[in-house]
Design a protein around this ligand. Structure first.
Ligand SMILES: [Zn+2]
Ligand SMILES: [Zn+2]
Length: 136
């Protein structure tokens, strides 16, 4: 009995995790946990925001999605795992992908006298839409 219940739970959890992963993958932007929750809830009405958070964290820990830390705002999540950085648009708040030619971490790691093990970088500026509006 116990093993059947456990098995059922695991199926439910992995289905939810799949839905959550799908929601991040289908989003062209960098959704917050709340945006993912709103989307997943359409297919899985009983899911809780806490479950969405937990699964997003697990997916990020397993390097299946990327967490984008935005100071003063909720974390955003990103399906693109290729190396890139993020810029926050100071006008509309959107998270923009920035693709540096050389990985910045290699430069930090090469700094003498310290041992850099990780970093979070946030760039600020205007997204292309907001930059266009400013010119007009
Ligand atoms: Zn903008
Ligand atoms: Zn990104």
């Amino acid at each position: 009995m116990i093993s059947i219940k456990k098995w059922g739970d695991r199926v439910k959890y992995s289905r939810q995790r799949e839905l959550i992963r799908e929601a991040v993958n289908q989003s062209g932007e960098h959704p917050t946990a709340d945006a993912v929750y709103q989307k997943v809830r359409q297919k899985e009405p009983t899911i809780s925001l806490a479950t969405v958070y937990r699964n997003l964290n697990q997916l990020a820990e397993n390097n299946m999605i990327r967490r984008v830390v935005v100071p003063g705002d909720s974390d955003h999540f990103d399906r693109a795992m290729e190396y890139h950085e993020h810029m926050i648009c100071t006008r509309c708040g959107s998270v923009v992908d920035v693709w540096p030619e050389h990985p910045l971490f290699e430069q930090f790691q090469a700094l003498p006298g310290i041992c850099c093990t990780g970093y979070e970088l946030v760039l600020y500026g205007l997204c292309s839409e907001c930059a266009d509006q400013k010119e007009q």
